[in-house]
Design a binder for this molecule. Structure first.
Ligand SMILES: *Cc1c(COP(=O)(O)O)cnc(C)c1O
Length: 215
């Protein structure tokens, strides 16, 4: 059996044993389809990518051929790529500004498709990190609700190399306060903690596919 499948099963069993029901988004960015394929053949259907262009090349064809394939955009999205993103992705995790939200509203109308979205929150108040500031979250959420952009939950990437638990706890609190049902947090190094704190979508890359050469 391929290593990738074994890695995946290990994570799935770990969640099951702890009675956690988080969806595993297999983050396949930078990896070729040949590398990813064993997991598709094994039956997994939920994948994450961080770049629209790369994802289009990799997944457009398969999306038409495979039933139930569910693609998640987890990387930051430039407004000018909103339309391409809406065409390909079922979920977009990186809504973080009014400008982007308004482009997504326009794109949905133009294409005639509704998608699901997470608002990315800058929980660590980091200068260069994407994500909306906590103080601006309510304004953005209200805008999305008014314009019928379906926000399903909040997403965060905690600061690197510090204990993520306080940030996961904070995001969960904000999520509950906003009355949202899903929550996107947890990566290879901290998915169990995130799942334990209520994450419904963990984004796991290297722990499934191996180390990435770029990024
Ligand atoms: C790359 C990436 C991941 C997966 O990272 P790993 O540490 O390899 O699991 C998760 N979330 C986001 C936003 C990413 O860009």
């Amino acid at each position: 059996m391929s290593n990738i499948i074994q890695n995946f099963i290990k994570i799935r069993d770990e969640l099951n044993q702890a009675r956690l029901k988080s969806t595993i988004i297999a983050v396949s960015k930078t990896f070729s389809l040949d590398h990813i394929r064993p997991l598709i053949e094994f039956g997994h259907r939920v994948f994450g990518e961080n770049k629209v262009q790369e994802a289009k090349l990799k997944w457009s064809d398969l999306k038409n051929k495979i039933n139930n394939l569910e693609l998640h955009l987890i990387g930051s999205l430039q407004s000018n790529k909103a339309k391409d993103a809406v065409l390909l992705f079922d979920y977009i995790h990186s809504v973080d500004s009014l400008k982007l939200a308004s482009e997504l509203v326009k794109a949905e109308k133009k294409i005639g498709i509704k998608r699901k979205y997470f608002i990315q929150v800058n929980v660590g108040k980091e200068k260069q990190k994407s994500g909306i500031e906590i103080e601006e979250l309510k304004t953005l959420l209200d805008y999305c609700i008014l314009n019928k952009l379906e926000i399903v939950g909040l997403m965060c990437i905690p600061p690197f190399d510090v204990d993520p638990v306080p940030f996961f706890t904070l995001l969960k609190k904000l999520n509950d306060k906003s009355n949202l049902s899903m929550i996107s947090m947890g990566m290879s190094s901290d998915y169990m903690q995130a799942a334990q704190l209520g994450s419904t979508h963990i984004r796991v890359g290297s722990k499934i596919f191996g180390l990435r050469i770029n990024q």
